[in-house]
Write a protein that binds this ligand. Structure first.
Ligand code: 5GP
Ligand code: MG
Length: 182
């Protein structure tokens, strides 16, 4: 059985605070894209829950959307990203001349978003902005800043709200920290 099965978790951001932070983020995005049809590209699998909440809140702010997902893989052990990022599943929508919002769960070393945004830029969107639920700036290897950040977190391994530990805990409606040396 995987060690993730018995991990000790400690709550970091509760559901109420989490949704309050995302609402603020949506207000900013909605103001910036008022009257436009926004093309949202979510990175699977980690951003599935964040993207789902984001688009429903944007709908309530009258932002019309076209939504697709992309899967990229960065290789390494469960808690460490390696240098390489590969495309696993590309988008199937046209982005040329469109305003695009690339969404991910967490900006860590920056390799994933650097790769994904360079890839989307090749489709010649009118604009390309990035939105992350979490930012761990202390871990950056590739210089990259997201345009919209839900929460800035310290260098801890977090799970929940889409983020996993070896496939587990994505379903948590809040964010927790995995305690490694309990
Ligand atoms: P980056 O390419 O920026 O290093 O990493 C981005 C990816 O690494 C995220 O999409 C996520 O899959 C994974 N990642 C980075 N930090 C964490 C973390 O604290 N918890 C989890 N579950 N995944 C993380
Ligand atoms: Mg990810």
């Amino acid at each position: 059985m995987s060690e993730a099965h018995n991990a000790i978790l400690e709550p970091l951001i509760n559901e109420v605070d989490l949704h309050a932070g995302i609402s603020e983020l949506v207000d900013r995005i909605a103001d910036d894209f008022e009257g436009e049809e926004l093309y949202v590209v979510g990175l699977l699998r980690g951003s599935f829950m964040f993207t789902a909440d984001l688009v429903r809140l944007l709908y309530r702010r009258d932002i019309r959307l076209v939504i697709d997902f992309m899967t990229v893989a960065s290789y390494g052990a469960a808690t460490e990203s390696s240098g390489q990022v590969d495309m696993m599943r590309d988008i199937h929508i046209e982005l040329e001349g469109k305003p695009v919002l690339l969404v991910d769960d967490i900006l860590d070393t920056g390799r994933t978003l650097d790769f994904a945004s360079r890839h989307l830029a090749e489709f010649k969107p009118a604009s390309l902005k990035t939105c992350v639920f979490l930012d761990k700036p202390s871990r950056r290897v590739v210089p990259f800043e997201a345009d919209y950040v839900g929460f800035t977190v310290p260098d801890l391994f977090v799970v929940g709200y889409g983020l996993d530990f070896d496939g587990r805990y994505r379903e948590l409606p809040h964010l927790s920290v995995v305690k490694t040396d309990a």
